[in-house]
Design a protein around this ligand. Structure first.
Ligand code: FMN
Ligand code: MN
Length: 476
């Protein structure tokens, strides 16, 4: 189990997955260009030891490959993490002693996943409050040439629902305004924003930077609002996230964080945030967002600042998003057991396209699945859904394109609907709301208005075996 960011860095280093850069490098754009090249080449995590003008090293590209995501979760493949989710979601009343013991073990691991409060945390080795707070000492990146300021891009933003008290942890970028304040870019569909809107005026906020990789990931996970992301992190870690009371806020913060920002947001106090070179591949337009006032900056000695670059895909955030795709498949299947698999193409920036394979059982089944996805959590923001039959590998885009062409009569098999769209989608006429496209690329049935469906070409097993046996004789 990785306790903190330093354990993680040590593991990355042992695995040959991290390179230290001692040259002085500018957090203003220069790091972006380096990281962009390294990410696109499938390269290592980078620890910049000497960011220009800053007092702290910067870690980036920790999540940039599938291998590192698997290392982060301590698994061979992210499907193993999904299996751990199925374990909980599909728990059945046990039969016999063996199953009862296994069931108890599962229940215990759920019970143990609850965050634990501790008295002291290394995240408070250094405490700066009031005028001593100075965000400019952190190597915060200005990511793209059109960005007006540096942005904190890998935060875990902690709030509590003022009515239920339930904690929320979200990853929302924070544009630096001055030494002691930033914007808080929580978008319209997000939980942190809902917490803030539910207050009478002021909401306390804490921001953790530099966490073990599972806890950091959890901030980006699209959990239902009433579920605490730190609890999910504890479940996947197999050990609770340890929390310590904030110095100036009534919020508990991860005890092992490198850096913590504590502060508050006043509901009515907004300012113009952005533009920002975003994961959509475009600059998202400047827009009004709340201002976060920092009342305390606490940190470990020699704190390491974590960052991530988003931009035209593929970028490092694909690692986090692919983890979500895999981990949440069992949750999708809870509502839609007919779903075999799904793929959110990286190039589709995750909300633009979903490809889903189903065990088709009745006429119109593909349409049912489209409408269900358009009503399911954050997947409801998906602009285009392509449905294929169970035998199609949704991750093989050649296959998908083949069936989307071969099996589709655009007049009969395309559904145009409408609904909520991603906050950052610049294409619709109105922000937040617009069209949806569903493409039914399954084989059609007579009840769906199809003529007799032809047979797909496939070589006989007999001839395949024969050729395999004789392969060496052909001299190929
Ligand atoms: C690198 C990165 C940056 C993100 N930036 C933002 C952001 O600025 N605003 C936002 O609303 N969501 C952002 N997200 C997506 C949210 O983190 C994600 O929707 C998460 O589920 C939000 O938590 P919540 O569901 O508790 O609101 C970002 C995700 C990643 C991986
Ligand atoms: Mn949440």
């Amino acid at each position: 189990m990785l306790k903190d960011l330093r354990d993680w860095i040590a593991l990355l280093e042992r695995e040959g997955e991290l390179v230290r850069i001692s040259a002085e490098v500018d957090p203003d754009l220069e790091i972006t260009e380096i990281v962009d090249r390294v990410v696109k080449a499938g390269g290592p995590a980078l620890l910049f030891e000497n960011p220009k003008g800053a007092e702290h090293p910067l870690l980036i590209n920790q999540f940039g490959t599938e291998r590192r995501m698997a290392l982060a979760f301590g698994v061979d493949s992210l499907d193993d993490v999904a299996a751990k989710v199925s374990d909980v979601l599909e728990m059945q009343p046990p039969e016999g002693l063996m199953q009862k013991v296994q069931g108890l073990r599962k229940l215990k691991s759920i019970a143990d996943s609850r965050p634990k409060t501790v008295k002291k945390g290394v995240c408070q080795e250094i405490v700066l409050t009031g005028d001593d707070v100075d965000l400019t000492k952190l190597p915060i990146l200005r990511c793209w040439p059109g960005d007006p300021a540096p942005f904190i891009t890998l935060p875990a933003v902690i709030t509590h629902d003022p009515n239920s008290g339930v904690r929320n942890v979200g990853m929302y970028r924070m544009q630096v305004i001055d030494k002691r304040s930033t914007f808080m870019h929580w978008q319209i569909h997000k939980d942190g924003r809902a917490d803030a809107l539910a207050t009478d005026g002021k909401i306390e906020v804490a921001v953790a930077l530099g966490l073990d990789p599972i806890t950091a990931y959890s901030a980006s996970a699209p959990l239902p609002k009433h579920i605490d992301e730190f609890m999910m992190a504890g479940y996947f870690r197999g050990e609770s996230v340890e929390l310590v009371k904030g110095v100036t806020v009534g919020i508990e913060v991860p005890a092992h964080a490198e850096i913590v920002l504590e502060g508050y947001i006043e509901k009515g106090e907004l300012g113009e945030e952005g533009p920002f070179g975003d994961h959509t591949g475009y600059y998202t337009a400047a827009e009004l967002f709340p201002i976060f006032h920092v009342t305390a900056l606490t940190m470990r000695k020699d704190a390491i600042y974590p960052s991530i670059i988003v931009g035209k895909p593929p970028q490092e955030d694909a690692g986090l998003a692919k983890a979500t795709e895999r981990i949440f498949l069992p949750a999708v299947r809870m509502t839609l057991p007919e779903v075999v698999d799904y793929d959110l193409p990286v190039a589709g920036t995750f909300h633009n396209m979903a490809i889903v394979s189903i065990k088709k059982q009745y006429p119109g089944h593909a349409a049912k699945v489209m409408h269900a996805l358009w009503g399911l959590g954050m997947l409801s923001l998906t602009k285009c859904v392509i449905v294929v039959d169970a035998n199609v590998d949704v991750h093989d885009y050649q296959q998908v394109a083949f069936y989307a062409g071969a099996n589709v009569d655009p007049k009969r098999d395309v559904i145009l609907s409408e609904g909520p769209l991603d906050h950052l989608d610049h294409a619709p006429e109105r922000q937040f709301y617009g069209g949806k496209l569903g493409i039914d690329a399954t084989a059609k049935w007579p009840e769906e208005g199809a003529r007799p469906w032809p047979e797909e070409i496939e070589m006989s097993a007999e001839i395949k075996d024969l050729v395999t046996r004789r392969w060496s004789e052909y001299g190929l």
